[in-house]
Design a protein around this ligand. Structure first.
Ligand code: PGA
Length: 256
């Protein structure tokens, strides 16, 4: 059965000391307060990965993820960091395809397919983000856009490779805007994604893939979203920077 997952995306926030402090606090709070079997993944900027992976080492339900990786293992790519390097410090996950990377760094589905390959080759599980812009939703092309993102970035995988993918549906219009998709809107898209996965990779892959919702998820709206049949958790931006809010979102998961 698929896992319930809450992932925090810190984006470009937190200096080193503050970030390590926040993560230590989250680890303690999860140990004290979380009774279910939710998996917690925290994705900080690169500089925190090593220190946080050390802190997460002895934790069953808490892991660390990167927010990006380069598609090559090594080479003359000044300023870049590879999946091979990320896994070498004990990190298990990497966010790929976030809409901010697509928008500000021109990451195409084709490039993302290469990054997915590199992550999988280096034993990192991708948290792969898909989702439509407001214009695309208003013109009712969101299902087509999402299908296209899946096809171009993930459909070259074998079913055994796809088993290592976590999906995150993040409507671009809901990210950092305070505009959350309604639970029904999100469920409709999540069910569509699962159906697409079933058609491509089969029933077992579809039943086992965790599909997270992301976009202005907070302690107030989380439980209603997570109660939906095809919503298996959340990818949390702003609210993951505050330990109390993040914990309350983790605890909003009652299917545990
Ligand atoms: P948000 O960000 O929760 O701040 O809307 C979500 C994300 O970008 O993953």
């Amino acid at each position: 059965m698929r896992k319930n997952i809450i992932a925090g995306n810190w984006k470009m926030n937190m200096d080193y000391t503050t970030g390590i402090g926040l993560f230590s606090e989250i680890v303690n709070m999860v140990n004290d307060e979380v009774m279910g079997d939710q998996q917690v993944i925290v994705c900080p900027p690169y500089i925190h990965l090593n220190g946080m992976a050390q802190l997460a080492k002895s934790q069953n339900n808490i892991s660390v993820g990167a927010q990006n990786c380069h598609q090559a293992d090594k080479g003359a790519y000044t300023g870049e960091i590879s999946a091979e390097m990320i896994q070498s410090v004990g990190v298990k996950y990497v966010i790929l395809g976030h809409s901010e990377r697509r928008q500000y760094f021109n990451e195409s589905n084709t490039l993302l397919a290469e990054k997915v390959n590199s992550a999988l080759k280096n034993n990192l599980k991708p948290i792969f983000c898909i989702g439509e812009t407001l214009d695309q939703r208003n013109s009712n092309s969101h299902f087509e856009i999402i299908k296209n993102q899946l096809q171009e970035a993930l459909y070259h995988l074998l079913e055994t490779e796809f088993q290592n993918i976590i999906l995150a549906y993040e409507p671009v219009w809901a990210i950092g805007t305070g505009l959350t998709a309604t639970p029904d809107q999100a469920q409709e898209v999540h069910a569509f994604i699962r159906k697409e996965i079933e058609e491509k990779f089969g029933q077992s892959a579809a039943e086992n893939v965790s599909i997270l919702y992301g976009g202005s998820c907070n302690p107030t709206n989380a439980s209603e979203l997570f109660a939906k049949a095809d919503i298996d958790g959340g990818l949390i931006g702003g609210a993951s920077l505050k330990s109390r809010d993040f914990l309350d979102i983790i605890k909003a998961f009652n299917r545990g």
